[in-house]
Design a protein around this ligand. Sequence first.
Ligand SMILES: C[S@@+](CC[C@H](N)C(=O)[O-])C[C@H]1O[C@@H](n2cnc3c(N)ncnc32)[C@H](O)[C@@H]1O
Length: 343
Amino acid sequence: MEDKKKDLVFGVNTCTELDEFQIANYLVTFAGGHIVSRFFSSLYQLGIFEQFKDDQPKHYKDIAKIVGCDPECLHNVMKFFLPYKLFKEVSLGTYTKTSTTKLFMKGGKLYNFMDFITSDKNYILHKNFIETLRTGQSKAPEAIGCNNFYESFSDPVWEKSFTNSMEAFNDISFPNILENVDFSPYKTIVDVGGSHGNLIRQLLRKYPSIQKGINFDLPDVIKGKVNEERLEFVSGTFFKSVPRGDCMILKSILHNWKDEDVKVILQNCSNSLEDGGHLYIFDFMVDPQKFNHHVLWIDITMRHFFGAKERSLEEIETLIQGKFKIHKVIKEVYMGCIVLTKI
Ligand SMILES: C[S@@+](CC[C@H](N)C(=O)[O-])C[C@H]1O[C@@H](n2cnc3c(N)ncnc32)[C@H](O)[C@@H]1O
């Protein structure tokens, strides 16, 4: 079960088990992904999954009446997803939920992630992907009228949708980090680009010995946040400076930035990291020898959104030169964890 949960987020790696027709079928579905995505997001937006909150079987005509849509079109869209076990048809036209339906219901593990990736804005963001492919530059922000991706956070609904999707991923990655990384030696932990402070809150809960946690992020994100016991919210930009501490976390941060920006962020972390302290980098690590579908997806997305990328250990080693050295790599952390000490 643990491994299955992991695959949900960290990706399936090979299709060696499939014959060429099955592979062709997948490729056609991928190629028409924008069409199928609209089928899916329409079910989502109409609240079709929520109709199965209780355990009762439902006829599509009754569902259509409740949500206000065309029954025959709804029936076809539901049927379309039957092979993927999104629903189960128990008798002609009557459906029940499956364990997969539950993933996409409010409160389900993939609800927020799907909300973000099937949103209209995300669709628009990808319309000009060919420009990124042609130039190698980040063209997504242009598609939504911004100079850079994080500028788009001035739209609070979009910011919330992005943050919630990160949290869906974090519901799986945080327990794995908490289980495999020992934060007990530290007194002041700074989560640099820590978003709404969920990781640091969980760390403070697990380690009463940590005196203070600082959640540092952009003013648009920190706006309205109230300090909690041992937890301080600080706004600013890591291109100027970051708060002082003996432990720093950069989780899902460096993959958003080009090499020259990463060097500035690392320099500012080094300036504020106390001697003997550690900097933890949590990012997917590229292994050039190994195909990983999920890492490739994120890597391409990082290029399109930010002109950035996922990196290998060797690439990180080059970027930290003169500031840090590698203390250790924690392999048990699925998403990758490199621990640095200041030099
Ligand atoms: C991909 S999210 C990662 C959030 C969090 N670390 C996590 O893993 O869930 C990147 C975060 O970096 C923040 N960020 C972007 N630019 C920043 C800057 N210049 N200074 C500080 N934080 C920034 C964003 O607001 C966002 O919360």
